[in-house]
Design a protein around this ligand. Structure first.
Ligand code: GL4
Length: 827
């Protein structure tokens, strides 16, 4: 029998299950890689070397399964899903891969024999920070679930040489350092140095008429950069199925180099090479506020052009007609960042394949699906028309033609609303003209989804309401989810074990099984075991905090945690105002009976976002004052953990009591941190926003502390004329807090330091309604503290949170995308 047939491979898969590999195979593989792949003496390898060798040994196993999975997709001629994202935030791979491959114990044993622990070796991994926050992390949870569901899918992104910056806190302020994540070598990926696609920018469009009398468009001149594929493997949980995340790295094109070299301009050639390779050099560190730089547009097209070439190449192998394209491919746009794929597919079909426009468009709008992730006006992506024309002249023409035809249809459908055309146009007209990427994405896709029920309603009712009227059938909701493999099994092994002991392992692939924990919520014995696990997790975090920040915290105190990107709408400021309120109560009366609390903050601010950085500084200043005030003692501690990232999130989630999800209602599209905390048994204090609302429906309102204005109340208040000063004037506790900040209580050396913050609240309209929500937040915080005093009650709430989070598995989300949007099934 031919051993390369899919059947034979499937057979091999069954017999060569890696879980049956003995530990000494892994150990031998590690030593082999130490010597032959890394070129080190394998008698006494150091920890870093062992980590890399172990990664290589696992990559060996992953690549076999990947090849087999690819063959299976090919053999079934499945429709393929292409998930395009400018960001992926996979987190460290080692433990995740061991869990998926079922090799944890084997690895532990092998490492023990080599004189290491898995914890030590795993600590050597530097995570690829190829995303800013929630959007990129969601893409990675989704890849994990696509693999778990055996979907015929591919992730496509950019292999930035520098990911999100490394954050340091110096003198209470954020300092950014370059994240050179590749410096330790590339043990998880395969660089396909032989495998490149040309990507062309700039140039000008020549119009001409061919022999058949057709008007043709050819791009002339311009410059070409090569896209080199780098593949990273994403294994499905114990199912022998492996997907790849293909990340493109920019390489200078050979032809150019040689022509320069031939004319003797050696340095010129090298400079050109450096300029070209800059395209994939760095991730833009802005979350929800596009930078609008030429290089960023080039990154977007770089991803799109290379990916489309890959897709078309695979499609061509099938040898079927172009009209079959949407039956064989679906291209998912993670936000509008890769939306230039729409005009790029049109260009391929019309300019290169010579399809009539109507036919090409018919194919296009049956191929693309778009997820919107934000309603913040400043986050909606637009490009100055001039810049677009310079970088992608042909694509701009195509966008104009799409727009002309679209507006023509709209005019026919809504003849009595002339203003409508300007509002839905793909081009914003004004002093300066802009291409509106969200409009392009909606017009060019058959599906437009939001990421929580609440957010999807906002999309339909407000920001994209007019598109909803034009294309009602396109709009749908897919509530976000998180992978239970990383966000419970891996990050909280002891809790995972306790759960498994009681309900078995099925929850790992069917999270709704956690419901089976509910009957235990009343059991005193189980409550005790549950709280012991949690306390141990909290002790570990206390040790970490002590080591990193030199602050001693009480593991028994209430851990009140706010970790996420710093953005005014996420309202870390509201949190710190409450912290100061508690501080004042203690100062007034040290015996006030305040529940001992540890406030933990973490998160990065965009380097150019002044107010966000300022709030980080305020938190650190308040922390310093409180932590060093002898009157406070153990009652209150404030900790800022630097460089929040996936690795750090994995430490924090299992040790949190109270999860802060307090965005201004209507502004957080979904949130996914909220889900990670609750899955690990934290109780949420949050607003009626994003997925919090669905979490409330699932866990019940006794098990979650909601507060604050509703979205429509926020809007009404804004319309009526919101005056934050009334809250300042009528709430004496709040007034005291704000006066302390503006009066320099937390910045004695520079009393004016934090004035801008108070100004933004009192004199610049308090856009995020911090003051309007302050009192209801403070009340709800009191409820939380009271609830914490009743430890059995807290244990019950904590367990019910975990037990009722099944819905928020990314397996459920991906299942819905596969069924309702993509029309694909597991291989
Ligand atoms: C975000 C949203 O802000 C966040 O609420 C959501 O959970 C996430 C994934 O859908 O997407 N949108 C952008 S932009 N960044 C995000 O994190």
């Amino acid at each position: 029998m031919d051993s390369t047939t899919p059947e034979a491979l499937a057979g091999m898969r069954e017999t060569a299950s890696p879980a049956t590999l003995p530990a000494d195979t892994l150990k031998a593989d590690i030593l082999w890689h130490v010597l032959y792949s890394l070129g080190r003496d394998n008698e006494r390898p150091d920890r870093q070397t062992v980590f890399r060798a172990l990664a290589l040994a696992l990559r060996d196993r992953l690549v076999e399964k990947w090849i087999a999975s690819q063959r299976a997709i090919y053999a079934k001629s499945s429709k393929r899903v292409y998930y395009l994202s400018l960001e992926f935030l996979p987190g460290p791979f080692l433990r995740q891969n061991l869990i998926a491959l079922g090799l944890e114990k084997e690895a532990r044993d092998a490492l023990t024999e080599l004189g290491f622990t898995l914890d030590d070796v795993a600590g050597e991994e530097w995570e690829p920070g190829l995303g800013n926050g929630g959007l990129g992390r969601l893409a990675s949870c989704y890849l994990d679930s696509m693999a778990a569901l055996r979907l015929p899918a591919y992730g496509y992104g950019i292999r930035y040489a520098f990911g999100i910056f490394h954050q340091l806190i110096r003198d209470g302020q954020q300092v950014e350092r370059a994240d050179n994540w590749l410096r330790g070598g590339q043990h998880w990926e395969f660089e396909r140095t032989h495998y490149m696609h040309p990507v062309r920018f700039y140039g000008s469009v020549r119009e001409w008429v061919d022999e058949q009398g057709r008007l043709r468009h050819t791009l002339e001149g311009g410059s070409t950069v090569m896209a080199m594929a780098c593949d990273m493997f994403i294994p499905g949980y114990r199912n022998d199925y492996v997907l790849n995340m293909r990340l493109w790295a920019a390489k200078s094109s050979r032809e150019f180099e040689f022509s320069f070299f031939n004319t003797g301009d050696y340095i010129g050639a090298v400079e050109k090479k450096i300029r070209d390779e800059n395209i994939s050099m760095v991730l833009y560190p802005n979350d929800e506020a596009p930078e609008g730089k030429e290089l960023r547009l080039k990154q977007q097209f770089f991803l799109v052009s290379a990916t489309m070439q890959d897709i078309v190449r695979r499609f061509r192998k099938k040898g079927v007609a172009w009209d079959q394209f949407p039956r064989k491919n679906v291209i998912h746009l993670n936000e509008t960042h890769p939306a230039v794929a729409i005009p790029e597919l049109m260009r391929l079909l019309v300019d290169e394949e010579l399809l009539p426009w109507e036919e090409a468009w018919y194919i296009c709008v049956r191929t693309f699906a778009y997820t919107n992730h934000t309603v913040l006006p400043e986050a909606l992506e637009v490009w100055p028309e001039e810049l677009f024309r310079k970088v992608l002249p042909r694509h701009l023409q195509i966008i104009y033609e799409i727009n002309r035809r679209f507006l023509h249809d709209v005019r026919r459908q809504f003849p009595h609303d002339p203003g409508l055309l300007a509002r839905v146009s793909l081009i914003h007209e004004g002093e300066q003209r802009f291409v509106r990427m969200s409009h392009l994405a909606i017009v060019g896709s058959f599906s437009v989804n939001g990421v929580s029920a609440h957010h999807s309603n906002i999309i339909k009712e407000s920001i994209f309401n007019e598109f909803y009227k034009i294309f009602p059938e396109r709009f749908n909701n897919k509530t976000n989810g998180i992978t239970p493999r990383r966000w419970l099994r891996q990050c909280n092994p002891t809790l995972a074990w306790l759960i498994t002991e009681h309900i078995g392992t099925e929850w790992l692939t069917d999270l709704e099984q956690l419901k089976k924990l509910e009957p235990y919520a009343e059991s005193a014995g189980f409550q005790k075991a549950w709280m012991e696990v949690r306390l141990r997790n909290k002790q570990k975090l206390a040790e970490y905090i002590h080591a990193k920040n030199g602050i001693t915290i009480l593991p028994e105190s209430l851990y009140d945690v706010h970790v996420k990107r710093f953005h005014e709408y996420k309202r870390q400021l509201l949190n710190i105002l409450h912290v100061i309120t508690l501080y004042n109560r203690i100062r007034r009366d040290p015996d006030a009976g305040i529940v001992p609390r540890t406030f933990i903050f973490g998160g990065k601010a965009a380097p150019g976002y002044y107010m966000a950085k300022h709030i980080i500084q305020l938190i650190n200043a308040v922390g310093y004052t409180i932590n060093t005030d002898p009157r406070v003692g153990d009652m209150l501690k404030v900790v800022f953990l630097q460089n929040y990232c996936v690795t750090l999130a994995e430490r924090i989630m299992p040790a949190t009591d109270l999860s802060e999800q307090i965005s201004t209602a209507g502004m957080e599209a979904s949130g996914t941190g909220n889900m990670k905390f609750a899955l690990n048994g934290a109780i949420t204090i949050g607003t009626h926003d994003g997925a919090n609302i669905e979490m409330l429906e699932h866990v019940g309102d006794e098990n979650l502390f909601l507060f604050g204005l509703l979205s429509h109340e926020v809007e009404d208040l804004r319309r009526q004329g919101y005056n934050p000063r009334t809250f300042y004037e009528t709430d004496s506790e709040l007034r005291e807090v704000l006066d302390m900040i503006s009066g320099g209580y937390f910045s004695p050396g520079d009393p004016h330091m934090f004035r801008d913050i108070v100004e933004s609240l009192l004199n610049h309209g308090d856009r995020y309604m911090v003051l309007a929500d302050f009192r209801s937040y403070a009340y709800r915080q009191q409820d939380a503290a009271r609830a914490y005093l009743d430890q059995p009650g807290w244990a019950r709430r904590s367990m019910l949170n975990t037990a009722r989070m099944g819905f928020f598995s990314s397996d459920r989300s991906m299942g819905e995308y596969a069924r309702d949007i993509w029309g694909v099934e597991g291989v």
